[in-house]
Design a binder for this molecule. Structure first.
Ligand code: FAD
Ligand code: FES
Length: 281
């Protein structure tokens, strides 16, 4: 893990450098930190890590970092408006102060994935922590095998990072497929669950690792479908969300069996969480 502030519960101070709509009720927030120690910590942030974002006067909440330091010095979060803190964040304007505690947790083993085919399944806002995985593969294209991206949302207006679909689909040795559970009048693409799309696309299972993130129910069924297809549990990765308070393994809020999602995860191999995932459904 990467060291953070001397007091791990004290956030680095920063400001909102950019905000844009990503999907209905979901915004992309770009944060620039004021403190050199914070800038240095996030310059080594790895795909899959998360951070707590503080909205002063409202509180803090954890979010997956959706950017890579190779592409931007700002720290980006894709945030769905849900309750107290996320509502306060959605009402902030560019230039306003925020705090960031992190980077926290483990990360996707990108070095281990080198030379392998990678299948990515992103569902809804769950695609956010997978964007750094996609960017890392695209920015180091020859280090990885074939890239298959399967992307999904409940409806077209909930698809995130639509402005990057062309880049993802046109990269060398890569393919991109998208589906929605329910179409609207303008939707001309696939309709159906991501597991159906997976069966239709039938990605190569040899020398391949599948990486999923989305609602727990999606992860559960994606794992079942991937295993049926020939992926053993040791070739399936996911990142989990849990109710969190401290994010540093002290409060016991996020435990899953003997594991803490905040410090042992949030990234897990399916073999590590078999039997526990059902508790999240
Ligand atoms: C490691 C990690 C990464 C995350 N990444 C993202 C991300 O990239 N983008 C994003 O939008 N959200 C992400 N989340 C979820 C995010 O933390 C919650 O949406 C946020 O804490 C809600 O805060 P709030 O104050 O707005 O909602 P609250 O007012 O606290 O709650 C509103 C409602 O949401 C429920 N809720 C709150 N937290 C969670 C949770 N963790 N899981 C399920 N239900 C919850 C509450 O029970 C309540 O019903 C992540 C969570 C974790 C632990
Ligand atoms: S959030 Fe406190 S132990 Fe994980």
């Amino acid at each position: 893990m990467i060291a953070q502030t001397a007091d791990p519960m004290r956030p680095y101070t920063g400001r909102l450098a950019g905000v844009r709509d990503l999907a209905t009720g979901i915004k992309l927030f770009q944060v620039e930190l004021n403190e050199p120690a914070g800038q240095a910590a996030f310059a080594s942030c790895k795909p899959g890590q998360f951070a707590f974002v503080s909205v002063f006067g409202a509180g803090e909440a954890p979010f997956g970092v959706t950017s890579t330091p190779a592409r931007t010095s700002a720290i980006e979060f894709a945030v769905a408006e849900l309750g107290h803190v996320t509502h306060a964040l959605h009402t902030l304007e560019v230039g306003e102060p925020v705090g960031i505690r992190g980077p926290l947790g483990n990360w996707f083993p990108m070095e281990e994935l080198e030379g392998q085919n990678v299948v990515i399944l992103g569902g809804g806002i769950g695609g956010a922590p997978l964007r750094p995985v996609i960017h890392t593969i695209l920015d180091n294209r020859s280090d990885y095998g074939h890239l298959t991206i399967l992307w999904a949302a409940r409806s077209p207006d909930l698809l995130v990072f639509t402005d990057e679909f062309d880049e993802w689909g046109s990269a060398p040795d890569s393919e991109f497929h998208v589906t929605v559970d329910q179409a609207d009048d303008d939707w001309k693409g696939n309709v159906g669950l991501i597991t159906q799309l997976l069966e239709d696309v039938e990605p190569e299972t040899k020398n391949a690792v599948a990486v999923t993130c989305g609602p727990p129910i999606m992860i559960h069924f994606a794992f079942l479908a991937l295993q049926k297809m020939g992926f053993p549990p040791g070739r399936l990765l996911t990142t989990l969300e849990a109710r969190m308070h401290c994010g540093i393994g002290k409060c016991g809020r996020c435990n899953m069996g003997e594991k803490f999602v905040c410090t042992d995860g949030p990234v897990f191999w399916q073999s590590e969480i078999a039997g526990f995932l059902e508790g999240f459904l």
